[in-house]
Ligand binder design. Structure first.
Ligand code: HEC
Length: 107
């Protein structure tokens, strides 16, 4: 045991490296949120509808990209859905930037 491990690149970093948050279309993100997320998280991300928690709190960009892409225990995956069409990387970026600018409380 020499205490070293091979450092496999984290999938999270791969995802984030692939998504340039610059140039996001925040208006498109708002529409995508209304269509895909509001039924569970509320139209302003306040939570309480359909079992989604509030999003009006500190949430990091890297975490947002990950959970929207991959889903959670009860949250559907939008990048790799079990059924239906996935959201494109730029659509996930638009939603994430919309959340960061309008919903989350990162200060
Ligand atoms: C079917 C209901 C549902 C839909 C639709 C949904 N979510 Fe969720 N979401 C959840 C649930 C339930 C959780 C709690 C974590 C878990 O159990 O997976 C969650 C967790 C989250 C979290 C983590 C919150 C935290 O405090 O850690 C974020 C961010 C999030 N959702 C964003 C979104 C976005 C953005 C969309 C649309 C692209 C979306 N969700 C669509 C149900 C949903």
């Amino acid at each position: 045991m020499d205490g070293t491990l091979d450092q496999a690149p984290s999938p999270l970093h791969t995802i984030v490296a692939d998504i340039d948050l610059e140039g996001a279309n925040v208006e498109a993100g708002a529409e995508l949120f209304a269509r895909n997320c509001a039924q569970c998280h509320g139209s302003s991300g306040e939570g309480g509808h359909g079992g989604g928690p509030t999003l009006t709190k500190h949430l990091e960009a890297v975490y947002l990209v990950s959970i929207v892409t991959n889903g959670g225990a009860d949250m559907p995956a939008f990048g790799t859905p079990k059924t239906g069409d996935p959201l494109a990387a730029n659509e996930i970026r638009d939603i994430v930037v919309y959340l960061l600018e309008n919903i989350t409380q990162n200060n």
